[in-house]
Ligand binder design. Structure first.
Ligand code: RB5
Length: 142
């Protein structure tokens, strides 16, 4: 599965940890959309890059990480076809897939620890959308 990951400086360390984790699994084909160092950088640029790529269908799933996850989530959800879920734990990561069919996982690098984040990434990638009643609700968003 093709995955695109990106962060600002606030999410850089967690993004690097997630990328290294994903690259260990040959099932995932990971592209890093930046940033590539800890220099202060605005979150919108990377969020636009990742969300556009998902909206165009170039990647199946995206991961965005800023300090809180909030800025990245706000930007990404402006794109039609993008469902970015700001998640803080395993419960929200799982439900973002089962109920919301989220295609971008958004996390806060200053909010959660690396261990839980890596488990959230795995859960987000392996959990299927439940469909059924949630299909109708998704159709009502636009
Ligand atoms: C950067 O300081 C911080 O504002 C950013 O990472 C993010 O939390 C914005 O929502």
């Amino acid at each position: 599965m093709k995955i695109i990951i990106g962060s600002d400086h606030g999410g850089f360390d967690l993004k690097e940890a997630c990328k290294t984790h994903l690259e260990r699994n040959p099932r995932w084909d990971v592209t890093d959309a930046g940033v590539f160092n800890l220099d202060p950088a605005g979150y919108p640029k990377v969020a636009h890059r990742v969300a556009q790529a998902i909206a165009k269908g170039e990647y199946k799933r995206g991961i965005l990480i800023c300090g809180t996850g909030l800025g990245m989530g706000i930007v990404a959800n402006r794109y039609k076809g993008v469902r970015a879920g700001v998640c803080h734990n395993l419960f929200t990561a799982r439900l973002s897939r089962q109920h919301n069919n989220a295609n971008i996982l958004v996390m806060g690098g200053r909010v959660i620890g690396v261990g839980i984040a890596l488990e959230m990434v795995d859960l987000f990638l392996k959990t299927r959308f439940d469909g059924g009643r949630h299909e109708l609700r998704l159709s009502q968003i636009d």
